[in-house]
Ligand binder design. Sequence first.
Ligand code: COA
Length: 260
Amino acid sequence: MNYKNLLVEMGNNVAIVTVNRPEKLNALNNETLNELYDAFLSIEHNAEIHAVIITGSGEKAFVAGADISELNQLSPLAAKDFAEKGQKIFSFIEHLSKPVIAAVNGFALGGGCELSLACHIRLASENAKFGQPEINLGIIPGYGGTQRLTRLINFSKALEYILTADFIDANTALQLGLVNHVYPLTELMTKAKELAEKIAAKPAQAVRLALKAMQSVKELPQSQGEFFEASLFALTTGTEDFKEGTSAFLQKRKPDFTHK
Ligand code: COA
C-alpha cells in the first residue's frame, strides 16, 4: 500500500500504520483521512493481519488534530459533512474486527485525541499530551470526542478538559484510565509491537468475537449484552482453535492455533 501521508508496514500478523506528515505534526487533512479509511479497509479484509498499531511520524506528535487550514473556510453544511466523515472513519476503526493499539508518541490533540479514543488500547510515551483544544478555535470536538472521552473518563473530568482545552499529560492520562501504559518514547514502539504480537498469536476468531462482545457494552443494555455474549460464545465453539485449545489443555501440550 503506497500512500502520500501514511506509511503501512506489515509483519508477524501485525500492521503498523504511521501518519506521516511530521512537518504539520501529522495533522489530518482530507487526503490523510481518505488514506486512513483505505488503509483500515484493506487491513480489515486482510486475513493475515490480526492486530494493528497506529502511531505518528517523528518524535513530537501522534496527530495534532484536524488540519486547521482546511477547517478555516468551512460553511455550516460543509462542516457537518466534515464532522460526519471523520466520525464514520473513526467509527469504522472502533468497530474493526481486529484490535487497534494507538501508540501515542506526542501530541494527540483534537482529531488526534479522537483518533486515539476510537482505538481499543492506548499506550503513551512520557512526552504524550492529549487534549481537545477545539474550544480555543471557536468550535467543539467533531470526530466523536464529546462521546468517547466522556465514556472513557468520568463525565465532569471530560467536560472540564473540553471546556478548558487543557492538555492531559501522560501520567495524568494513566491515572484517568485514558491510557493503559506509559513508556519512555524510545521504548514505545517496541512495547506496542510486543503487545500487538502477543494478541496476534491468540486465536484470531476468539479475539474478534471478544472484541465484538465488549464493544456492545457501549450500545446495549446489560440483558441484551449478555444474550449477545452467549451467542458469540456459542460461535467460538464452531472454530478449529476451540477444538485445538481445549484438546491441547487436556493433553497437557501447547496449542497450535491456526486462527480458523
Ligand atoms: N492543523 C494544521 N497545521 C498544524 C496543526 C493542525 N492541527 N497543528 C500543527 N500544525 C502545523 C503548524 O501550523 C506548523 O506549521 P508551519 O511550520 O508551516 O507553520 C507545524 O505544524 C508545527 O507546529 P507549531 O505550532 O510550530 O509547533 P509548536 O511546537 O510550537 O506547537 C502545538 C505544537 C501542537 C501546541 C501547536 O501546533 C498547536 O496548537 N496545534 C493545533 C492543535 C489543535 O488545535 N488541534 C485541534 C484542531 S481541530
